[in-house]
Design a protein around this ligand. Structure first.
Ligand code: HEC
Ligand code: HEC
Ligand code: HEC
Ligand code: HEC
Length: 385
């Protein structure tokens, strides 16, 4: 009995762990850049202008929102992509589930990285946003707080973080002086950073680079700093997955900043300390918010069952077929959706070859159709296990 119980507990724990693994956050979203280069994507696709010019630019023209969307986009363009690959004698990319996931995280992360700041724009913002009424830069002004020492921080998030940490004082000073504390939009933090770095009188060459953020650590901080209390436990602030979808890190920093006054009030009422950040903590939290905001794709196993027939999958994947296509119960098993997506992608050329021989083409697959097929096939292979 006792043994039975522990086995059952272990099984439930395993289920929990695998449930968690399915929506695990990446520790380093940039790691997928390696896959992007290794699989030759960079030869044809650029990221914000750097890279190949044959396919669309991932920083400007294409934005895959999640893994189903990425697969769908690649799949629906695969005919043209394959033609170009044949012409340029490029080897066709082939993925493991892990690589497909890392690639998807990286491509999703590109928008988060935002655009580099522009110093002249930042200079104008410094005046129009009223920073100049309380701060000096370049040469000291009596009664104003010098920002020259901020020069060492290359990342705009560090500026946002320094402001965040002083936000109560800033709001108080603003109220006393009758100055409105400015709000931010777009990549304005990046422009201000570029300006501060160019105008600072600081002689030091020291530069502190921040990495873009570790969503796993960000999730921990979200709990430790008390954000979780108001944004998940109690209905005080908006739910995390309602906050963002696809904005850059500096835009998200701006949104946090814009709410800092109201948040500080809520904290005062609740007698909770205003959370401050050090090191790369703000970047971690923001990258976590970003990944929590990954767009969701709808889909259902029922729709998947219908699509399996309608998209022609069943015409090959049935008992006794002559193509060597496994029947549905013999698929996989797939460890997670990325495993499935990689398998689906890897078999596209074979599928196309067989279809073309029968005068047909690869079917179009929309993101919700990809997800539905996955849910249907996964349920079947689960049942068959
Ligand atoms: C040999 C050149 C080449 C390589 C290598 C290549 N692509 Fe492409 N890709 C293209 C071309 C050309 C298009 C545009 C096709 C079209 O418009 O129909 C495209 C389109 C796409 C699209 C669809 C864009 C949209 O507008 O929806 C995605 C996504 C994509 N590629 C991802 C990748 C990834 C990921 C890799 C690496 C694993 C890769 N590509 C490797 C040439 C290439
Ligand atoms: C109403 C006055 C006021 C305005 C307007 C204002 N600040 Fe501040 N700022 C302060 C005060 C007060 C502090 C806290 C200084 C301290 O802790 O000694 C501060 C602190 C900072 C810090 C932290 C400095 C450090 O060394 O850590 C930064 C960075 C900063 N402000 C940037 C800005 C920027 C950029 C703007 C314009 C968008 C701005 N501030 C607008 C009053 C203001
Ligand atoms: C005491 C409660 C409280 C705590 C703690 C708190 N927040 Fe908030 N937060 C709020 C409230 C209330 C709002 C909505 C303000 C508004 O509507 O302007 C908000 C808004 C936000 C927004 C903007 C949401 C949007 O949709 O525009 C972000 C981002 C945010 N909080 C992040 C955080 C982070 C990160 C932490 C932890 C460092 C945190 N919050 C801690 C109460 C809180
Ligand atoms: C023209 C025949 C054909 C069609 C149509 C077809 N497949 Fe396949 N499929 C195959 C063959 C053959 C294999 C065996 C692997 C290989 O050769 O690449 C396979 C393998 C697979 C695998 C990998 C199985 C594994 O265990 O790794 C998946 C997933 C898959 N197909 C899904 C689909 C889906 C979803 C559709 C419909 C959108 C579809 N297939 C349509 C022929 C086909």
């Amino acid at each position: 009995m006792a043994k039975n119980f522990t086995l059952r507990t272990a099984f439930i724990l395993l289920l929990l762990v695998s449930g968690l693994a399915a929506q695990q956050l990446p520790e380093n979203p940039l790691a997928g850049r390696e896959v992007f280069e290794k699989e030759g994507c960079l030869n044809c696709h650029a990221v914000n202008g750097a890279g190949g010019k044959i396919g669309p630019d991932f920083g400007k023209q294409v934005f895959p929102g999640n893994a189903y969307d990425l697969l769908s986009k690649m799949w629906n363009h695969s005919r043209n992509m394959l033609l170009v690959m044949a012409r340029t004698k490029t080897e066709r990319p082939h993925f493991t589930g892990r690589d497909f996931r890392r690639l998807g995280d990286f491509l999703y992360f590109i928008r988060y990285l935002g655009q580099p700041g522009n110093a002249p724009t930042g200079r104008r913002l410094f005046v129009s946003k009223g920073c100049i009424r309380c701060h000096s830069i370049g040469k000291p002004v009596r009664g104003k707080i010098a920002l020259d020492s901020m020069k060492i921080y290359v990342s705009p998030v560090r500026l946002a973080q320094a402001m965040w940490n002083h936000s109560i004082l800033m709001h108080r000073r603003g109220a006393a002086k009758g100055v409105r504390i400015p709000t931010f939009s777009d990549d304005q933090f990046a422009d201000l950073t570029a300006y501060i770095r160019s105008a600072s009188s600081l002689k030091s060459d020291e530069e502190i680079y921040s990495y873009p953020g570790n969503p796993v650590r960000g999730e921990q901080l979200f709990k430790e700093k008390g954000c979780y209390y108001c944004h998940a436990e109690k209905p005080i602030g908006p739910k995390i997955d309602r906050i963002y979808t696809d904005q850059s890190v500096t835009e998200i920093a701006g949104i946090m900043w814009n709410h800092s006054g109201k948040m500080a009030e809520a904290m005062k009422t609740l007698k909770r300390p205003f959370p401050s950040f050090s090191g790369d903590q703000m970047a971690d939290v923001i990258s976590y918010l970003y990944f929590e905001g990954t767009p969701k794709t709808a889909g259902s196993a029922e729709l998947g069952a219908r699509l399996f027939k309608e998209k022609g999958c069943e015409s090959c994947h049935q008992a006794g077929n002559h193509f060597g296509a496994p029947t549905i119960g013999k698929f996989g098993p797939f460890h997670d959706k990325y495993d499935f997506l990689a398998a689906l992608w890897n078999h596209a050329p074979r599928m196309e070859e067989l279809l073309v021989a029968r005068g047909k083409q690869l079917p179009i697959l929309l993101p919700n159709e990809v997800k539905s097929l996955y849910l249907f096939i996964d349920a079947k292979t689960e049942a068959g296990k």
